[in-house]
Design a protein around this ligand. Sequence first.
Ligand code: MG
Length: 326
Amino acid sequence: MKITMAHGSGGRSTSQLIDEIFVRANSNPTLDMMEDSAVVSGGKRIAVTTDSFVVAPLFFKGGDIGRLSVCGTVNDLLMRGAIPKYITSAYIIEEGADTEILERIATSMAETAKEAGVNVIAGDTKVIEGNGGVYINTTGVGIVRDSVDIKSANCRVGDALILSGTLGDHHASILSERMDIKNNIKSDCAPLVDMVRNMMEAGVDIRAMRDVTRGGLGTVLNEFTKSSGCGFELYEDKIPMTAEVAAFAKILGLNIMHMGNEGKMIAVVAADDAEKAVDIIRSSRYGENAAVIGYVSDDKKVVMNTNLGGRRIITELYGEGLPRIC
Ligand code: MG
């Protein structure tokens, strides 16, 4: 069935669409009440984040907009040391969208929410004129324990930089779909709950974490230099990447340091805890390729020590990145 403007009327077609696709996929006692807002239990300190997802195409190798809309928001909560609990989902649907496609997206979203341990507790659907596009906004709420204080300003000279896995996968996957390039590159789109929870439970001294999304690792670390006043020394030979993504980046002239992921994070941890943290991430879901890739320095720059023995300054991404990657 195709979405028509009637599905956005607020009347019977709207409630049918909501009941048959979105509530069915995400059913839980809070959502099923269908009240004007969800009343849930929380903690003394909560983390809140929101993000909109406009990725094109809607489906790609390794994921889809539904999975992405949960991962992006859940990962942002985790990066502050919050345990994700609740998520909202607001759909903006263009007239002409196929209900079959909406069902696939909603189901994928529900599966990913389950994997991440979050309940979808509120939602909204709007239909607008257009050409079958689908956009999703999610807001996430997580609980932060009293003692937890994870932020980029906490980086200290000598701390270790740990990357949880290979760079560039999501970016290369979306670009391949867009340019109709045939390869086996899959998006890494994933919720990072397991690795963060395991590190926190083991008492790793985590100073800062950031998921490596739009703008890439180069942009994240340049942001960290501003908030912490520290610099970062990186070693090119330590940076995990798949041979396929490396070749793809080379052919298209892309800098892997500016390519986005959706299931990778950079963690800054106390040097004494570096080995323990890498072991924990490697034995956690989605972390098998984790590595120490450098350390925090005092010169307020992001510097790559290259395979050829040179030193190259890594800037943040400027100008145009890949549009609609997330
Ligand atoms: Mg983020």
